[in-house]
Design a binder for this molecule. Structure first.
Ligand code: AMP
Length: 304
């Protein structure tokens, strides 16, 4: 079923202990679109780039059947750029710079043909813009949203308003604590459920992810990888795998939400194996399914 994705389209400069990439393709909407494109079509991307956005990036997204009718190009403007540096402990990241450029005046316009989109993923952007997007849509079946500490700190009231319209909030552990002022993640998740979403997914980096609803707690490990090159985009790839699976299956039952969490973790694991979106370029549904199955082995055990 149709999936609409709104978020940043970026050129990232990333340093890790294993290497450096300059002006590489990134942005929340890119990671979400590419990950979800392995599950469902059409994937509709709404975002903005400048005239400096390379044609090869457009060709790559088109090769993944991402519909770019909602991608605005501001000729003469520069694409959003973000720089980050990871430490030896790859869970620790410093933002080196954020140059909003054309993203500063981003006014998400949803093309007429996109207004009926069953599944919607609001990537990490200003919560006011997320709400503006929802206001242009015709009753989506599922709205999944992401956010970050920057918005929790600078626009909490706008975020609380937008959260009332989200069905699932995907957030990392430190952001969940910041949002709720609650150190315990289970209590934090329950508090978030009281704010609007029926489900919350708390990402814990290399320690996996936890899905919490009013009556379930499901804990998924992260795939144990020996080589992690670049964690950038792991959270967004998780969101793409999660919503991509739900849009493919059109099944929002508790058991299928758990499968979606594992598909999210699977896509995140492929993402971090290479720089930028390179780990997501040459996947196939079979390759993804194979790793999905290895997740089952990871925590299967017998009673005796
Ligand atoms: P993640 O590693 O999943 O948290 O996402 C990393 C991506 O988020 C990078 O590709 C960045 O371009 C993008 N990003 C970083 N800061 C922002 C921001 N303030 N607004 C939107 N996107 C951002």
């Amino acid at each position: 079923m149709s999936l609409l994705i709104v978020g940043s389209v970026a050129l990232d400069t990333v340093e890790t202990p294993f290497g450096r990439a300059q002006d590489a393709l990134g942005g929340s909407a890119v990671y979400i679109s590419v990950s979800s494109s392995y599950f469902t079509a059409p994937v509709r991307l709404v975002g903005v780039v400048g005239g400096d956005f390379a044609k090869e990036h457009i060709s790559f997204l088109e090769s993944r059947h991402v519909d770019l009718d909602g991608l605005q190009t501001v000729e003469g403007g520069k694409t959003f750029r973000w720089g980050g540096k990871y430490h030896y402990d790859l869970n620790v990241r410093d933002t080196l710079f954020t140059s909003l450029n054309v993203f500063e005046k981003f006014d998400p316009k949803i093309p007429e043909a996109y207004r009926v989109s069953g599944y919607v993923c609001l990537g990490n952007i200003d919560p006011t813009l997320q709400l503006q997007v929802l206001g242009q849509l015709n009753k989506p079946r599922l709205v999944v949203g992401d956010t970050m500490n920057y918005w929790i700190e600078t626009k909490p009231n706008e975020l609380f308003k937008t959260m009332k319209h989200m069905d699932v909030l995907i957030i990392n552990d430190s952001e969940a604590r910041l949002l709720t002022q609650e150190p315990n993640l289970i209590k934090a998740a329950k508090q978030i459920i009281g704010m609007g979403p029926q489900a919350v997914i708390i990402k814990k980096g290399e320690h996996g992810a936890m899905l919490v609803t009013s009556d379930t707690i499901f804990s998924a490990p992260a795939f144990p990888l020996e080589n992690i090159f670049d964690p950038t985009g792991a959270g967004d790839s998780f969101a793409g795998g999660f919503i991509g699976w739900l849009a493919r299956t059109e099944d929002l039952s508790p058991d299928n939400l758990k499968r979606a969490v594992i598909y999210g973790s699977t896509l995140a694991s492929f993402c971090v194996e290479k720089f930028s979106v390179d780990g997501l370029r040459d996947l196939s549904y079979l390759k993804i399914h194979d790793r999905f199955r290895s997740f089952m082995e990871l925590s299967r055990f017998d009673e005796k």
